[in-house]
Design a binder for this molecule. Sequence first.
Ligand code: SF4
Ligand code: SF4
Length: 315
Amino acid sequence: MSTQELKGIIFDIQAFSVHDGPGCRTNVFFAGCPLRCKWCANPENFAGRPHLLYADKVCKWSSGCRACTKICPRGGLIFQDDQQPIINWDVCNKCTTFECRPVCAASALKVCGKEYTVDDVMKILRRDFNHWGSEGGVTFTGGEPLLHYDFLLEVLKRCAAMQIHTAIETSGYAPMERFLNILKYINFAFIDVKNMDDKKHIEGTGVSHKIILENIAALKKSGWDGRLILRQPTIGGFNDSEENAQKLIDFMKKNNLYEINLLKFHRLGQTKWEQMGMKYAYAKTGDVSLEQLQKLQNMYLDNDIVCYVGDSTPF
Ligand code: SF4
Ligand code: SF4
């Protein structure tokens, strides 16, 4: 396949980000993820292709709007007895044409994700280039950027030619050869380690942590000269124990890793889970007290591991 034919599914590109790498950055959000984290803030990414979002709170059905009633050729939208439209997610999750979207003036129906070429992405990066200053650059995030291996590799080669600073936020869940090939072009990496107990990792994310831990260890052994910061979204009852922290500290020390960012639990994804017709598992639980976060932070600091909590980071 020629580089012109390569396509990546991206659900958003945001300029002026300040929390996902050094300086001012442009974030490129890739669609699709091999994990299914139960607290995910971007569940619209799970599918890895464009799909429908329905925002019930802005839907104008109670004002009499029925513009979308007869538009769907597959029965994706169901109106019953003057009630709010029901989305038939079994149908809509397979849709590729989205005839319903243009008729909704209220923007209650939106399509998330679209195809980009490498040139499309580079055009946007060139647009933002002058805003980054001396430290900034581009951060590839998602979803999981590594799912778009060929596309991302080509974008990264073009970034390298322009000396653009590159960062990645990744689950690290990818075949090792691909993971290491991509990381060769990355200056700054955030990799999540969500639980050191593999059974719990599978329960919370749907996959084993084995590949992730092996990839991190291989990256450190490879002579890669970028900066690696581990991240842990800290979820009450899932990975907020001292026991889990101690296992992660042991892993970090064994692999010469000295920076971690404990992210605070939030419910930013809850509305999106609901807009996609799915149940959000952490609607009531998941919070971790400040005291517990400080206790965990002190454990890392006592082991000479720099530990940032939440957004209090120097990047
Ligand atoms: S067209 Fe939009 S606002 Fe109107 S009923 Fe359909 S989803 Fe709701
Ligand atoms: S997303 Fe597709 S299947 Fe669903 S209502 Fe719209 S047009 Fe119909």
